[in-house]
Design a protein around this ligand. Structure first.
Ligand SMILES: NC(=O)c1ccc[n+]([C@@H]2O[C@H](COP(=O)([O-])OP(=O)(O)OC[C@H]3O[C@@H](n4cnc5c(N)ncnc54)[C@H](O)[C@@H]3O)[C@@H](O)[C@H]2O)c1
Length: 265
């Protein structure tokens, strides 16, 4: 497509699926070599990266493990010599079971705070906040050691700003990612390492699979989406590309929303 990331190396957690996969492919199309860290196999992503003419490797990574996050960055350095860009896309909607958009639409109160178990809350925070922090920390340490600057992109959500009944763990976790992004952006502002976040609206990925066939869930989602459609993972990847590239060189600590018109009012 272009050469916005020519010669760069990008580490992408959650790159086996959805937004992370689309971002890996787009980055490869723009000239980057790709390192995917995911619990799930990323063979399909790597095939697409290679089809785009770039090299890719994967390392099975659980981002809730600090050692795994460090090993992922070490693997990138060992294979490609450096890390320029990191995307923390690994995330979960709920501790288990269907995504919260579906349970909320069904009018269920089981996921309201008064009814949830501490472990359920904790699990989502472990993956979505601690996992992102550990990913960012490993990336930032490497970028600082290189002294070359870099761009770290955290995948938050529009749920960082919108309180959704029945989705407290997810909303709190994404608000946490937003604040983590602001604090890290500030802490690293003078180093050349930029930290930004992307807050997608409802996006057609496995995370919300089947939503279009679930009338109440889809209508609820569209009621807060002025464009009245789901986003495509490629549209989220395009925002990541902007933040990864030098086109956003004067931007850090920010949250951008490819979200179909949410937050216009
Ligand atoms: N799809 C949406 O509507 C939407 C909207 C806003 C934000 N998001 C966020 O986008 C990010 C990507 O989600 P997606 O929609 O592509 O979902 P997805 O389920 O398609 O992809 C998530 C990936 O993360 C991986 N993963 C989960 N836990 C992990 C862990 N502990 N360690 C390593 N990998 C792990 C999964 O294996 C999967 O490959 C998530 O952070 C999600 O919260 C999604």
């Amino acid at each position: 497509m272009g050469n916005a990331l020519e010669g760069k190396v990008a580490v992408i957690t959650g790159g086996a699926s959805g937004i992370g996969q689309a971002t890996a492919v787009r980055f490869a199309e723009e000239g980057a070599d790709i390192v995917v860290g995911d619990l799930a196999p990323a063979d399909e992503t790597l095939r697409m990266v290679e089809k785009a003419g770039r090299r890719g490797i994967q390392l099975r990574t659980d981002t809730t493990s600090s050692d795994d996050c460090d090993a992922l960055v070490a693997a990138a350095v060992s294979e490609f010599g450096k890390v320029d860009v990191g995307v923390a896309s690994a995330g979960i909607a709920t501790a288990a079971g269907p995504s919260n958009v579906q349970t909320r639409a069904a009018g269920e109160r089981a996921t309201h705070v008064v009814n949830i178990a501490t472990e359920t809350f904790q699990r989502v925070l472990d993956v979505n906040v601690v996992g992102v922090m550990q990913t960012d920390r490993a990336l930032a340490r490497q970028m600082l050691e290189q002294g070359t600057g870099g761009s770290i992109i955290n995948i938050a959500s529009s749920a960082a700003r919108i309180p959704l009944a029945g989705a407290a763990p997810y909303c709190v976790s994404k608000a946490g990612v937003w604040m983590l992004t602001k604090v890290m952006g500030l802490e690293l502002a003078e180093t050349g390492v930029r930290v930004n976040a992307v807050g997608p609206g409802y996006t057609a990925t496995p995370m919300i699979a089947g939503i279009e066939d679930n009338r109440p869930a889809y209508e609820m989602a569209m009621s807060i989406t002025p464009m009245n459609r789901l986003g495509r993972p490629e549209e989220i990847a395009a925002t990541c590309l902007f933040l990864a590239s030098d086109e956003s060189s004067f931007m850090t600590g920010q949250l951008l929303h490819p979200a179909g018109g949410q937050f216009t009012g």
